[in-house]
Design a protein around this ligand. Sequence first.
Ligand SMILES: [Zn+2]
Length: 333
Amino acid sequence: MREWFARQIILPQVGEEGQQRLAETRVLVVGCGALGTHTAEALLRAGVRHLVLVDRDVVEVHNLHRVALFTPKDLGRPKAEVAREKLLALDPAAQVEAHVVHLDGAVAEELVPHVDLVVDGLDNLETRYVVNDACVKHEKPWVYTAVLATYGMLMPIWPGRGPCLRCLFPNPPAPGSVPTCAEAGILGPVPKALAALQAAAALRLLLRGPDAPLGILLHLDLWNLRTHTVEVKRNPACPTCVDRVFSFLQEGSRSAILCGDTVQILPRSKIALDLGDLARRLSPLGRVELRHGLLVAEIEGVSVTVFPDGRALVKGVGDPRRAQALYDQYVAR
Ligand SMILES: [Zn+2]
């Protein structure tokens, strides 16, 4: 294994000791789309041997133009599980956990305390506030990274030592006011470029600790080949990192619009669904298939993918209330 890292160990910034430290750290990757999986792969190749992957979604054909780890064979399978499999093929001795769940406050509280750092592979700002709350509460460094269209941005965060996400953006935007990648599009190589910057930021935080550069928001436009940085200061009135009020860790709404016309519905309480039983119940209503441990049903002209934990993705319906009604009627009350 030492041979694998030989070119990195000779860097004075890493060395034997730094490489050893990387091997002992645990990194949580929140979101396993292009940004998250490219970051995870870069970290694994650089010597981070413990990765915890979280993603709520399944691989779809429109992911393939930008995600190197996914192939057409993976369509319909949970992204976190596909990523785990591909990363283990690269390094079978690594420890890679996959959690096919929505990262809400409870999941963040369960996972964040057990890692050394969190990286961002998310496609929505809402969940980033949950990550920020959990990281500030448990004093874990994290890297905020976002991509859209032809550009992306990034800011490394060390709670208590530099600004947090909420110092930068005090309040979440109104629902629907920020375009998603389904509306604005995404240029294939953009997430990979930002993932490389994110992996480098993560290594810097892991190896340099709070002495790594903080309070710098980097913006990179890959179409016009422009970068700029903005100095971000800690907000002395920040509700999260100054007042330590972690409101985003509280229970949120049960429905959320994902990228495009997909709505995610969460069960009212923690449940374990018998998908075979549900398939039998739904089969008179339309086409029902059990595949890769998930149930996919076509009901009333929309596609519903149900996970064993009771979570569902309702596709082809823009209105979260209709999605919620379909879920309550057919999946679970
Ligand atoms: Zn703050």
